[in-house]
Design a protein around this ligand. Structure first.
Ligand code: ADP
Length: 250
């Protein structure tokens, strides 16, 4: 008898009843959803909905109170070469100001068994090759965003997570990010992207996960939403109407 064919039993990114409590705040409340390859999946929700918390848990930067956040079926901590499986841009401001862009990435590459050739490649890909030897402290926010994206791409991962990557970018930069996200998805990668800019999200993503107060509100396609509402913005406003916290404690 032959072995049954290998079947993938997990999604590339999967949250299973993920709950995270900070003191009295329930940041994530039994959140479950899956993100599939080959698409840009937009991650939306009002301020305080739990988007950053969910991304941090997927990346093993914090531990869940209960439930699971899995990448390729495993917790981040159990990935043998994490940078080769998942790359992320969470806080573009978190850079070492005294280092050059090249040295910043080289340090990351060395600690992850990645070659200097790859460092040069990603700097070229994000348009920073010309300033690679300049100190990051003098970079504009847009340049820091590009550097953060270069770091995410360094291990050539199949899964990419971007938290507000277009913040502070000029229209050229916004379009560049949009094209990059779409081309990374077209290569079969899994892209999870948060942004507050609905019109930009409608142009960049093809699937959408909306959360509010740590819970799932919708996981669907942009086409599905815009068939039912005049625009993604209208859909978002209507679906999240009961979930806006205005930062108030819950
Ligand atoms: P979003 O990214 O959707 O704006 P967050 O994940 O940042 O939402 O926050 C979700 C909730 O968890 C908020 O009420 C926030 O104040 C709280 N929170 C997030 N991180 C922490 C933390 N480290 N300590 C305490 N509360 C936190």
């Amino acid at each position: 008898m032959t072995d049954p064919p290998h079947r993938i039993l997990y999604a590339v990114i999967e949250l299973r009843r993920l709950t995270k409590r900070y003191g009295d705040t329930l940041a994530l409340d039994g959140l479950s959803f899956a993100v599939e390859p080959g698409h840009v999946t937009g991650f939306l929700g009002p301020n305080g909905a739990g988007k950053s918390t969910a991304m941090r848990l997927i990346l093993g930067l914090d531990a869940p109170t209960s439930g699971q956040a899995l990448v390729n079926g495993r917790r981040y901590a159990l990935l043998s070469k994490p940078m080769r499986e998942v790359g992320a841009l969470l806080d573009a401001g978190a850079v070492h100001p005294g280092r050059s862009a090249y040295n910043q990435l080289l340090a990351l590459a060395r600690s992850n068994d990645i070659t200097p050739t790859r460092v040069a490649e990603v700097l070229e890909q994000v348009g920073l090759a010309g300033v690679a030897r300049k100190r990051v402290g003098g970079f504009s926010l847009g340049m820091k965003q590009r550097l953060g994206i270069a770091a995410a791409l360094l291990g050539d991962p199949g899964v990419l997570i971007f938290d507000e990557p277009v913040n502070g970018l000029d229209p050229d930069g916004v379009r560049w990010i949009r094209d990059l996200m779409r081309s990374l998805a077209a290569e079969g990668r899994t892209i999870l992207l948060s942004s507050h800019l609905m019109s930009e999200m409608a142009l960049t993503a093809d699937r959408i996960v909306i959360i509010g107060r740590g819970k799932l509100i919708a996981a669907t396609t942009i086409a599905g939403l815009t068939a039912r509402y005049p625009s993604l913005e209208d859909a978002y406003m209507s679906l999240t109407a009961g979930s806006v916290t205005n930062g108030a404690a819950r």
